[in-house]
Design a protein. Structure first.
Length: 446
């Protein structure tokens, strides 16, 4: 029988060939305590502080009561200014040339010349490569002879007073021979692969002596953008025998999700910021601009989010842009110019929902009801109630953690002995760095 209160070892398979850990009295030693057992009380204490702060802070902010322990408030005076408030939809995308052409021979044959290489600048209509024309020239000669014979037959039958049906048959033969000659001449012309656009050769997948199957149409397939229109086939195709990209204009292909797609429209202005990789080496490191060129009506879904393709036309021809580089875009869907504005955190609300600010007048604090408008990037429009040039109060709050640390509740590394995460502030105007001292503004009562 097991004695009540005695420690029982947990049954588990034991490798009998392994050396068992014994204590000084040759008794099987207990396993070392787990991480949770070693640290459970500090962890519990941290959890209690976090939960208490999460509950107490919102209650205090809405109650207007005195400052709770652990929170310090700083009141700063900020000016009422005029400025521009923009409401934007942000996304990211890929820079592409506005025009590009994937070119393939339209006729079969053996490549006899490749006249360009990647990186070379070409003009529209310039010959890039050719195939052997011997058989194609013979087809033209044969078609010409067939047309000549058909015309001679028609002329003879008309001179000899042939029947109407015979004349009709002769005329049909002439028409057929003319069509055959036209096709043969087109094929001979297509023995030269020419560029449909002016630009730079991006890739060449041809060598002299190579057999081509004639999968293209005319002098190759051309297009606009990375999914553009024009010609046949797909632009930007890796199977192109020669690919040419335009370098005088660019687009950005991006997507916007279904919650924001209704906010944008063709012609909206766009601020485009190329990624750092787009600006090295010698690329554009400055912001460029554009407009919304097209918005697709057909979306695609991934992870329960539907996104719609949007094409942005880059304004002008800024230097240093590279096809395939990424870029961040900010589509301006609404812009208010010369509006009266204050920091959003300077606006408070009473129990009825009326917005107000605290104006500083000759050292005195005067409550002013205001009507608010649009808000963006930490600034809120004041429609009425206070004028530019006035000064208002903005309150900031700093959390002083137990043990001497301080800063935002969920900031960076706390000070030694302080609450974990003592640095960095919650909101836009927080100024604390890692290790304590961070602050964040709030909108508690006056």
């Amino acid at each position: 029988m097991t004695e009540t209160g005695a420690l029982q070892a947990e049954e588990s398979p034991v490798d009998l060939t392994a050396e068992l850990p014994l204590d000084d009295e040759n008794v099987l030693a207990e396993p070392p305590p787990s991480f949770w057992k070693r640290n459970r009380w500090p962890l519990v204490a941290v959890g209690v502080v976090v939960i208490a702060a999460a509950i107490a802070l919102p209650l205090w902010l809405t109650s207007g009561s005195s400052t709770p322990v652990g929170l310090s408030i700083t009141t700063v005076t900020v000016p009422v200014t005029t400025g521009t408030i923009q409401q934007t939809v942000t996304s990211s995308g890929t820079i592409e040339p506005a025009s590009q052409a994937s070119l393939n021979f339209a006729v079969s044959g053996t490549v006899t010349a490749v006249d360009v290489k990647a990186g070379q600048t070409v003009t529209a209509g310039q010959t890039l490569a050719t195939v052997d024309t011997t058989a194609l020239s013979e087809q033209v000669n044969a078609a010409q002879a067939q047309l000549t014979a058909a015309n001679d037959r028609l002329a003879s039958d008309e001179a000899n007073g042939a029947s109407t049906s015979q004349i009709d048959s002769d005329e049909s033969s002439v028409t057929s021979a003319e069509s055959s000659l036209s096709t043969a001449q087109t094929n001979l012309s297509d023995a030269s692969l020419t560029s449909t656009i002016a630009g730079t050769v991006a890739s060449v997948n041809l060598t002299v002596g190579q057999q081509v199957s004639g999968s293209g149409t005319g002098n190759g397939s051309g297009g606009t953008g990375a999914g553009g229109t024009g010609g046949t086939g797909s632009t930007g195709s890796s199977s192109a025998e020669i690919e040419v990209i335009g370098t005088d204009s660019y687009i950005v292909n991006t997507t916007v999700d279904d919650t924001q797609i209704g906010q944008i429209a063709d012609g909206d202005q766009v601020v485009i910021t190329p990624s750092s990789s787009a600006s090295s080496p010698g690329g554009s490191s400055t912001t460029v601009y554009g407009t919304v060129g097209s918005i697709s009506l057909i979306g695609s879904q991934s992870s329960n989010v539907t996104t719609f393709p949007v094409v942005i036309d880059v304004t002008g021809n800024p230097s240093g842009l590279y096809a395939g580089a990424s870029a961040d875009v900010s589509i301006i869907v609404k812009q208010l110019n010369n509006v009266t504005e204050v920091p959003t955190q300077a606006i408070l609300y009473d129990s009825s929902g009326q917005a107000y600010v605290t104006e500083v007048v000759n050292g005195a604090h005067v409550v002013k009801d205001v009507t608010v408008g649009a808000a963006e990037n930490g600034e809120t429009q004041i429609v009425s109630g206070i004028a530019p040039g006035a000064k208002v109060l903005e309150r900031q709050i700093k959390f002083n953690a137990p043990g001497g640390g301080s800063g935002g509740i969920f900031g960076g590394n706390g000070t030694r002995g302080g609450f974990p995460g003592g640095g960095g502030g919650f909101f836009r105007r927080g100024t604390g760095g890692g290790g304590g001292g961070g602050s964040f503004p709030v909108t508690g009562g006056s």
